[in-house]
Write a protein of this length. Structure first.
Length: 693
């Protein structure tokens, strides 16, 4: 018995030895154990909750009273339940956002829950969340804003000591932390202990990041760090949930200057980057990061969330999805339902891996331990690999009869580094090979969507690889059809157009605020409504008898009679043509740029709305500080509002500013500076908010 044991142990040992000896050498930077564990989490949640939740703002200015913080029904177990039901693996909370308000009773500041009426100042949100995460088997992550608009000493060396003390409290008092998140927004207007001024720091030196990073490594060695200077996780370059098809988990932080993000390389990664860095796609479940009641109807729909999934996890990234907390301390039911529905749909899509029943073969093989069947054996430890000198290969999966598929999932054995830079996929349909995809990178995970086809075989052609390629997994799936909500637009003359991306589905709509059903108006052509109106629309598949999610748009008074009185440029009406893809632009006029509009008649104004340029890269003219004036005659102007648009650079949403009602026929929006620090002034869309007559 003993001899047999020794014999089998030796055989196993030799096999393992051979397999190791024969494994491809690592290529380029490879993930650390923590990065690997973390990337496998794939989806986890963000929680945005702070003092500004109670003032309906995206950024608190640091001067709001701690007395405002009173989430009477706060229930971190509800947050954890929502995240669990959404299939997420962890939660990162804004322990301190830019306003400086602390959700835990920090010993180093008075600006925290301890001076709020919530639980008579005895509460600790981070503690409650840590306990809830433990109960629901979720990991806990911490967002600590380096920028602090409350602290009097922000900008001085003493603040760094304060910042590190807070970090130490958070990293030692609440159990294991899986990710530490340092927001890149830094410096600007703020309360600063009563100074109310504009402060800027040198982002390259002020925080002395190497020592802060060393502190985190000491206190939480398994945590990954998200920061503009690295080291582990990088921002994907936008806050809209747009990952990139080409996505290298490599980046050279040493080549980048803090505060000057190169959004394109953040989004694509750098093929020759010296560090292993994965992109994390951070996006909110609704337009803003913080809760605003007005956005309750703007929670992302299932098709939108699915798109983000394919663009993040399906494009070699991770997905950090935000839930804003309401002033009562709970996640809104719409956000909770959307995330749960997403998880159900993902479970449905990926419930059966059709590749498991296929016979796998490869054009080249490294040896028996790395043959093609290792790619569809459902075992993450085994993988197919090509011989050392080979950089092109094909892997084919064949079936005994045609199967319906519309998704392919590919994984490289990322422990050995990311290698593949170009590949294509063919399906064998009705006796011939048909190309269904031409792509670039794979990385940890890549999922491709294509039209449903009945394939007898599927072939992955690795066309270029930077070292001998590895494939850990090939999966094939057949996802059910999902209807997308239609887009609703109104042009200057009040003409409303509703567009569905699915040409075969019908569109039903309402204009009375009710949800559309199949008995509502059937959309056949654009129609005109010049007054205030709420339009709701949904796509309906008449064959499957299935309706899609409802889209809602609220339009204020029509803009048909509007005339731009300044500036007299050709593109000056693009700001109210109803098309967010076209912009009015004024470049560096040398003084604060502005536009002035004659509204055609006197209106009761109580606000305005500004939508900046919606392009992803190299955007100019996003207004930072503004002034808004009204007038009865277009000559004598009164200031109705002035301020700074919060977080408009990274999240260029509609900005709605409200003010005390005023009667006016003329309006003027002045852009004092833009987010690049220049005086360019761009506007994709502009609108006013009117009150009762
Ligand atoms: C941004 C911040 O300024 C937002 O408020 C939000 O926290 C987001 C996740 O990051 O840069």
């Amino acid at each position: 018995m003993k001899n047999r044991f020794v014999f089998y142990s030796c055989v196993l040992g030799m096999a393992l030895l051979c397999s190791c000896a024969n494994a491809p050498a690592p290529f380029g930077p490879v993930p650390s154990k923590s990065q690997l564990e973390w990337q496998k989490m794939e989806r986890y949640a963000f929680i945005h909750f702070s003092i500004n939740t109670f003032t309906d703002q995206e950024w608190g200015n640091g001067g709001e009273s701690a007395e405002l913080f009173n989430p009477e029904q706060l229930d971190c177990r509800q947050w954890a339940r929502v995240c669990k039901e959404a299939g997420m693996k962890g939660i990162i909370i804004t322990a301190k956002h830019h306003a400086g308000f602390c959700l835990w009773p920090s010993a180093y500041t008075e600006y925290s829950v301890k001076n709020s009426p919530w639980k008579d100042g005895k509460g600790d949100v981070i503690k409650e969340l840590a306990e809830a995460c433990k109960e629901y088997d979720l990991k806990l992550g911490i967002y600590l804003s380096p920028w602090d608009r409350n602290r009097a000493d922000y900008g001085q060396p003493s603040y760094i000591e304060y910042f590190r003390n807070q970090l130490t409290e958070l990293l030692t008092g609440y159990g294991p932390i899986f990710e530490v998140w340092f927001d890149g927004a830094n410096g600007g207007d703020g309360y600063y202990g009563g100074a109310w001024e504009n402060r800027h720091i040198d982002r390259a030196t002020y925080y002395d990041w190497p020592n802060t990073i060393a502190l985190i490594r000491k206190l939480q060695p398994n945590a990954v760090i998200w920061n503009e200077v690295g080291p582990d996780v990088r921002w994907c370059g936008n806050e809209q949930g747009t990952g990139n098809r080409t996505n290298w988990s490599r980046y050279s932080y040493a080549d980048h200057v803090p505060g000057q993000p190169n959004n394109r390389s953040l989004s694509q990664g750098e093929p020759d980057g010296t560090d292993f860095v994965v992109s994390e796609i951070n996006v909110s479940s609704r337009p803003g990061w913080f809760y605003h009641e007005i956005e309750d109807s703007k929670v992302k729909s299932l098709p939108h969330l699915l798109d983000i999934y394919y663009n993040s996890v399906g494009c070699n990234g991770t997905w950090l999805l935000n839930f804003p907390i309401m002033p009562n301390g709970l996640i809104h039911e719409n956000d909770a339902a959307a995330a749960k529905r997403l998880n159900q749909e993902l479970n449905e899509i990926f419930k059966e891996d059709l590749a498991l029943g296929a016979i796998a073969s490869a054009s080249v093989e490294r040896g028996p331990l790395y043959n093609a069947s290792m790619a569809n054996d459902c075992n993450p430890r085994t993988y197919w690999a090509a011989p050392d000198t080979v950089t092109q290969a094909q892997i084919t999966l064949s079936f005994s009869k045609p199967i319906a598929i519309n998704r392919i999932l590919l994984q490289e054995h990322i422990e050995l580094g990311q290698r593949i830079s170009k590949f294509s996929v063919d399906a064998h349909i009705d006796g011939a090979w048909v190309r269904i995809a031409n792509e670039t990178t794979i990385g940890y995970k890549r999922i491709l969507r294509f039209e449903t086809c009945n394939a007898r075989a599927v072939r992955v052609n690795i066309e270029q690889s930077r070292a001998c390629p590895t494939i850990e997994s090939i999966g094939l799936y057949c996802a059910p059809q999902v209807l997308v909500e239609p887009a609703i637009m109104r042009n200057k003359n009040g003409q409303i157009t509703i567009k569905s991306t699915d040409a075969e589905s019908l569109v039903y709509y309402t204009t009375d605020g009710s949800n559309p059903t199949v008995s509502s108006n059937l959309y056949t052509a654009p129609f005109v409504i010049t007054g205030k109106v709420t339009v709701k629309a949904m796509a309906y598949d008449n064959v499957l008898k299935k309706s899609g999610p409802v889209a809602t748009e609220n339009f204020d008074v029509a803009r048909a009679a509007w005339k731009v009185i300044y500036p007299q440029t050709r593109d000056n009406e693009l700001m109210f043509d109803g098309n967010p893809g076209t912009n009015f632009m004024q470049y560096g006029v040398g003084h604060p740029a502005y536009f002035a509009i004659d509204l055609g008649k006197t209106l009761n104004l109580c606000g305005f709305r500004y939508l900046p340029d919606q392009a992803n890269y190299l955007v100019r003219g996003i207004v930072n500080h503004y002034e808004f004036y009204t007038s009865m005659d277009g000559k004598n102007w009164s200031l109705a509002s002035k301020g700074q648009f919060s977080n408009i650079k990274n999240n260029p949403l509609w900005q709605t500013v409200t003010f005390a009602p005023v009667r006016a026929r003329f309006v003027k929006l002045v852009g004092l500076d833009d987010t690049n620090g220049w005086q360019d002034f761009g506007c994709a869309e502009f609108d006013v908010v009117t009150g009762k007559k």
